[in-house]
Design a protein around this ligand. Structure first.
Ligand code: ADP
Ligand code: MG
Length: 239
């Protein structure tokens, strides 16, 4: 049933910080789940453990019924877009997107077709020859998203991808990502500390605090009956 299954994962960092504490979650194929919570609540650490960038100190992560808890990132069917997207500025857009496909040994014509299709998908058709440092912040985030999507991951992991952008652009990109996600039917985890972002784009929201789940439900249920100060306080400011 669920494409992603997380069973009781914890992360204790050297020094003793408990970043994630016995966290479990099931995500169905095609679902967009937002991990929502204040800074330091463990959202990024959960995402990094799903992507393989951090090793859990306890618990199990499975994708498609296969345990991946200790599998390295490049051998997982996941694609991650980090908060700071770290595009390769010495390469043009095309090469940024083609790089991973080259590593996989795809023939040049297949690479070209895939890159062109994904550029079209993110609204950057014709931008292949631009250097990434000549693009706006929003365009760079679209390239970062495209760089993940072109590798056709089963699960897309987005860690506050719009954090550095202004409110207007955030709202536009949020709609674009939601639209792309639904068109591809790609299973997605989206980390954010923005209540409005989670409420407007998620199929399901997991509200986190201190490395644990405080409330997990559909946005309309959480909006109607918020069980956490983090969401209740936000809704209070709206009324
Ligand atoms: P969020 O993404 O919700 O802001 P994080 O997952 O980044 O939260 O962090 C959760 C907690 O773990 C915080 O207290 C943070 O300081 C701590 N933490 C995160 N990464 C590390 C690390 N590499 N080493 C030590 N502590 C860390
Ligand atoms: Mg974070």
């Amino acid at each position: 049933m669920s494409l992603l299954s997380i069973r009781g994962i914890s992360k204790v960092f050297p020094g003793g910080t408990v970043a994630v504490d016995d966290f479990s979650l099931d995500v169905a194929s095609g679902e967009l789940v937002c991990l929502l919570g204040p800074s330091g609540s463990g959202k990024s650490t959960v995402l990094r453990m799903i992507g393989g960038f951090e090793r859990p100190t306890a618990g199990v992560v499975s994708i498609d019924d296969e345990e991946v808890t200790h599998v390295p990132p490049n051998r997982r069917p996941t694609g991650m877009v980090f908060q700071s997207h770290a595009l390769w500025t010495h390469m043009n857009v095309y090469k940024n997107l083609a790089f991973g496909l080259r590593l996989r040994g795809l023939p040049a014509n297949e690479i070209r077709d895939k890159v062109e299709a994904v550029l079209e998908l993110v609204g950057l058709a014709g931008y292949g020859r631009r250097m990434t440092n000549q693009l706006s912040g929003g365009q760079q985030q679209r390239v970062a998203l495209a760089r993940s999507l072109v590798l056709e991951p089963k699960i897309l992991l987005l860690d506050e991808p719009f954090a550095s952008l202004d409110q207007h652009l955030r709202e536009r990109l949020r709609e674009e990502v939601r639209d792309i996600q639904q068109r591809l039917k790609i299973t997605t985890l989206f980390v954010t500390h923005g209540q409005d972002e989670a409420l407007s784009m998620a199929d399901r929201i997991v509200v986190m605090r201190n490395g644990r789940t405080e409330q997990a439900d559909r946005p309309e249920v959480i909006y109607r009956d918020p069980q956490t100060p983090f969401v209740a306080g936000f809704i209070g400011t709206m009324n």
